[in-house]
Design a protein around this ligand. Sequence first.
Ligand code: FES
Length: 151
Amino acid sequence: MTRAMNTPNRSTTHREIDMTRLAGLGLEVEELAEQGPLTPDRVIALAEEQGKPASHYYAAVALATEVELPTAPVTAVFCVGKCQSWGALECVEAAVETWEKRGGGFMIAVKSCLDRCVEAPVVQLRTPAGTALLERAKAADVVAGLAAALE
Ligand code: FES
């Protein structure tokens, strides 16, 4: 099989969450969404309560539900599709930690693709001043990008 043209030819560094697990997590987030918008505090609380990583719930939102995440003037949008194989979930965890440290100030959103797959993992930082695209993003880039956006 030939590899899709638009995936990196760098070796994968991480494993994707399997679809069965995602489907289960998706049901949990759908239930949570019935009670109100999926703001980071509510997703993080669910993750803590269930003893699972918040990033796994975020992956489930993008890949296993029809649920919409709220946005704010500053919103970090993570590709949690194929980008998972190059560390996307670590980027999401970095945003979750930043959110907890700051007590908010931005929203976390997810997509199944941000159309820059060759540069996985890809993160968009949307701010009132414009949108920055982080390519081959690392957790530290997300922390720094959010710090700059929230100054
Ligand atoms: S799969 Fe992540 S940008 Fe396309």
